[in-house]
Design a protein around this ligand. Structure first.
Ligand code: ZN
Length: 471
């Protein structure tokens, strides 16, 4: 110890001298030596993901504290604001072979919480059930769709949805949970309003009832009301109550009517150009209402000729429209017309067991197309058919179903309905080759029955409905 103390004492002077020299050297370096100096101080930055980032401008010079000349600074921006992470912005100043780099640290972070989308309305759960239907989605500015990561806390009266993003930002949404049933049951009727001809009995077409909580409660439906045999409108009521006391009620009207030839205002529905692939559907519709109509048939679809017999047996009237319906042939001469008329009458006879004595001219008696083939032929035919014992019918209400454009059923129905008035006889032109026209028939019949019309078929004694002959 003594030796060490002596050594330090002896050398104290050298230490002080050495220290002074070092201090002067350092002072000189800071005051006078030439070097690159950055003028700005940069502090570390924290910025939001997806924000706009523009690096700060930095300037530098070469020299010392007393004299310094500006130098170029190159900037290297490595920051990607679309990705969370730590980045650097590098500023490199150079002067000759001197070079100095300044680094600015930039941290890109996500501080934005995700968003949960869900209705604010309370959710109802059937009493005693744990089934509920909750719709939600979650999204985050950085992670995108987080719907799969939503967790749920269910209590007696609330559901809490929770989600957090990859940066740990959290959000919750509380939705009220009510354990009660406030939804009415639903009653469904087979068919809707019913039309039945007087004399037929009313058979319940069927119904069902279902409830969101109770399921099928058809057996709890109370049906009231009755239908008598008199013409009129009757109401059948269906009502049901679920186990939480929610009720529904619905009415069916049952119209008992007198369908055929039994009123002052008569509609004669007529269908030309068939039978076709659609005629069966028409026959079924007519059966539902027990309404009888008149078909002016052709032989153009031999595969469906059996439907002439079928229509006849179901009570409809069969008239003749010519076999070929080919204007250039049937209106080429008197002989050609009657040859073609006889051909279809043979088919009718073979299908029904009797010949028909009512006809409708192709194109109607007012057609002008026949002028192309034989001048004046319609005037001659109109009197000749009557001389031979036939009665011909035109129409005074058109459904418009013969035009080239196929229209909606509702359009055909309103064309017919708009053509009706307070007269005694309405002969309606339709074609059972047009399915949309056939599907208008229910509406036409229901309109007619509810507006004081009855429906009739044409025969040799029907009303005279003739157009003005134009050839
Ligand atoms: Zn026709």
């Amino acid at each position: 110890m003594v030796i060490v103390k002596k050594f330090l004492l002896k050398n104290r002077l050298y230490f002080i001298i050495g220290f002074c020299i070092l201090f002067i050297f350092i002072l000189y370096f800071f005051l006078f030596s030439k070097r690159i100096i950055f003028k700005e101080n940069l502090s570390d930055l924290v910025i939001d993901v997806n924000s706009n980032f523009t690096p700060q401008g930095v300037s530098a010079c070469y020299g010392n504290m007393f004299k310094c000349r500006g130098v170029d600074v190159s900037l290297y921006n490595e920051v990607d604001t679309s990705l969370i992470g730590d980045y650097q912005v590098k500023y490199v100043a150079s002067y000759g072979k001197h070079k100095k780099t300044l680094i600015n640290h930039v941290k890109v972070v996500d501080n934005v919480s995700p968003i949960i989308e869900a209705s604010d309305e309370a959710i109802y759960v059937c009493p005693g059930s744990d089934k509920y239907d909750i719709k939600y989605s979650a999204s985050d500015n950085y992670d995108g769709d987080l719907s799969d990561r939503v967790s749920m806390d269910v209590s007696d009266n609330s559901i809490t949805l929770n989600v957090s993003d990859s940066s740990g930002n959290k959000v919750s949404k509380v939705i009220e949970l009510r354990r009660e049933d406030i939804t009415n049951p639903v009653i469904s009727l087979e068919g809707s309003d019913i039309y039945i001809p007087v004399g037929s009995s009313y058979n319940e077409p069927g119904y069902s009832a279902s409830d969101n909580c109770d399921g099928d409660i058809t057996n709890r439906v109370a049906v009231s009301g009755s239908v008598s045999n008199d013409v009129g409108k009757y109401v059948i009521n269906y009502s049901v109550t679920d186990s939480s006391g929610n009720s529904s009620s619905i009415d069916r009207s049952v119209n008992v009517y007198s369908p055929n030839n039994n009123g002052n205002k008569v509609i004669y529905l007529t269908f030309d150009d068939g039978p076709s692939q659609y005629t069966s559907e028409l026959l079924d519709i007519l059966d539902r209402y027990n309404v009888k109509v008149t078909f002016f048939v052709t032989g153009r679809n031999p595969g469906y000729s059996y439907l002439i017999g079928e229509a006849f047996r179901r009570g409809h009237s069969i008239g003749l429209h010519t076999n070929t319906h080919n204007y250039s042939y049937v209106y080429s001469s008197i002989d050609a017309y009657f040859e073609d008329l006889n051909a279809i009458n043979e088919i009718v006879n073979s299908q029904t067991g009797s010949y028909s004595n009512i006809i409708r001219f192709p194109g109607g008696s007012s057609n002008t197309v026949s002028r192309n083939y034989s001048s004046g032929i319609m005037s001659q035919l109109a009197s000749m058919v009557e001389a031979r014992g036939f009665k011909y019918y035109d129409w005074n209400v058109s459904s418009g179903d013969a035009s080239g454009t196929i229209m909606d059923s509702s359009q055909y129905a309103s064309n017919v309905i708009n053509g009706l008035g307070n007269g005694s006889s309405y002969v309606v032109l339709q074609h059972d080759t047009n399915i949309n026209s056939i599907r208008a028939v229910s509406s036409i019949i229901e309109y007619g029955l509810s507006h004081g019309y009855s429906f009739g078929t044409l025969d040799i004694n029907g009303p005279i409905i003739h157009h003005r002959i134009a050839n």
